[in-house]
Design a protein around this ligand. Structure first.
Ligand code: NAD
Length: 413
């Protein structure tokens, strides 16, 4: 696997060259502005104390407070966190949300930890990192293996530190603690709104068109439900870690949901045959949704991809070498920066609601999200045509241009 931070810097370099970005602005954007590395002593259930390592990276806050998730993962590295923090700077700028980019993490394996241990770790993280957080400074959210319950413990610990409730310090909270309606399916919903725009641009009819989804967690399963509900698409194949399933006539969402609830996997669903994850990616479908892992479309399989639209709900599913191959094949990529930005957009709506103390109906969240996604899609599409580049590079050009403008206005260069 290539170094994620190097890859992120390479993308910045490429877009900066096209933009003829000022060298000082470029240097400022190549590295995070601030990082905090912490040691977290946590009492485990067996009475021993384990010292966990945690991080928070604040990449750039020229456009507003830093924003980005917290990951709990055994293989967490500072370079992954740096790359993802930079990605949040671009994502918030691309969606034109007044926020910057951040990311945090703890090296731990939540699958082997009890609920009590997870709570103590979550509170320990906020006690250490809380000093650089705040609704006006940096606002974390759930990410890999962190949940609304973890956000609730963190919001509670922060309230103890401050002496008053400040729910706007963290998003992705449960509804009862200032969460936003429409947050749970916002990532998939934003992706579907983009697919509709892409189909319009390509003159493709979505009703009855086929889709395949790799990964069946929050993003993937909601993409199945919403592709059918909002666009009358036919989802013919889906997969998770245990394997994939395929039915050319379309997979029934409700029946599959019940099957997964019972067995823990999509695999073994009666109304479908088995398909490998590799074959799923290469199906002749209108839309392919990578919604699981990074680097699944590579130079090895890119020339076999037959989808007309690749909608990147996952972060980084396509390698740079594969990007060029898909572009030359005329496949329309909706890059991760844009396609999965619905989550951070509704997180921003959650902050706005927390600040005003007034909560919106779910319909209002959907309407505002759709408007934001459509506007961002159009700016990427227009920029791709203007510079004759693929959509990913276009997304970087739009985002970097906006952050550079804010830094210039602030007098940073
Ligand atoms: P999740 O943990 O809910 O689901 C991940 C799914 O991927 C699971 O079904 C898992 O079984 C499957 N999976 C893992 N390895 C696989 C493999 N080798 N082959 C096939 N399936 C595999 O995670 P999620 O929240 O749905 O996130 C998925 C992707 O979307 C990640 O890249 C994440 O960074 C990105 N994303 C999610 C959100 C969000 O709001 N959920 C926002 C932005 C980006």
């Amino acid at each position: 696997m290539p170094d994620p931070f190097k890859t992120a810097q390479n993308k910045l370099d490429e877009a900066s060259a096209i933009l003829r970005l000022d060298p000082v602005a470029h240097e400022l954007l190549r590295w995070p502005m601030r990082e905090l590395h912490v040691a977290l002593p946590v009492r485990m259930d067996n009475g021993n104390t384990h010292v966990f390592r945690g991080f928070r990276v604040q990449h750039n806050d020229a456009r507003g407070p830093n924003k980005g998730g917290i990951r709990f993962h055994p293989d967490e590295t500072i370079d992954t966190i740096r790359a993802l923090a930079a990605g949040m700077t671009w994502k918030t700028a691309l969606l034109d949300i007044p926020l910057g980019g951040g990311k945090g993490g703890v090296i731990c394996n939540p699958k082997t930890m009890s609920e009590g241990e997870l709570e103590r770790l979550s509170r320990a993280w906020i006690r250490q990192i809380g000093r650089i957080l705040g609704p006006d400074k940096d606002i974390p959210a759930p990410d890999v293996y962190t949940t609304p319950q973890i956000m609730a413990w963190m919001a509670d610990e922060y309230a103890f530190m401050k002496g008053n409730n400040e729910f706007g310090v963290i998003t992705g909270k449960p509804l009862a603690l200032g969460g936003s309606a429409g947050r749970s399916d916002a990532t998939a919903r934003g992706g579907i709104y983009c697919v509709r725009e892409a189909a319009d641009a390509l003159g493709l009819k979505l009703a009855g068109a086929s889709a395949a989804i790799q990964g069946y967690g929050n993003a993937g399963a909601n993409a199945h439900r919403l592709a059918v509900k909002l666009s009358e698409m036919k989802v013919v194949a889906v997969s998770d870690t245990k394997g994939g399933i395929y039915n050319p006539g379309g997979l029934d969402y409700e029946a599959l949901r019940k099957h997964k609830e019972k067995t823990g996997s999509v695999s073994g669903f009666a109304e479908a045959s088995a398909i490998s994850n590799e074959k799923l990616l290469e199906l002749d479908v209108a839309v392919l949704f990578p919604a699981a892992l990074e680097a699944v479309i590579t130079e090895t399989n890119a020339s076999n991809i037959r989808a007309k639209i690749v909608a990147e709900l996952a972060n980084g599913p396509t390698t740079p070498a594969a990007d060029a191959i898909l572009y030359n094949k005329g496949i329309h990529i909706i890059p991760d920066l844009l396609c999965n930005a619905g989550g951070v957009t509704v997180s921003y709506f959650e902050m706005v609601q927390n600040a005003s103390g007034y909560y919106w109906e779910e319909d209002e969240v959907h309407t505002r999200l759709e408007k934001k996604m459509k506007t961002a899609f159009k700016s990427v599409h227009k920029t791709a045509q203007q510079y004759k580049v693929h959509n990913r590079l276009a997304a970087y050009i739009v985002a970097i241009g906006r952050v550079a403008e804010a830094m210039k206005l602030r007098g940073w260069y």
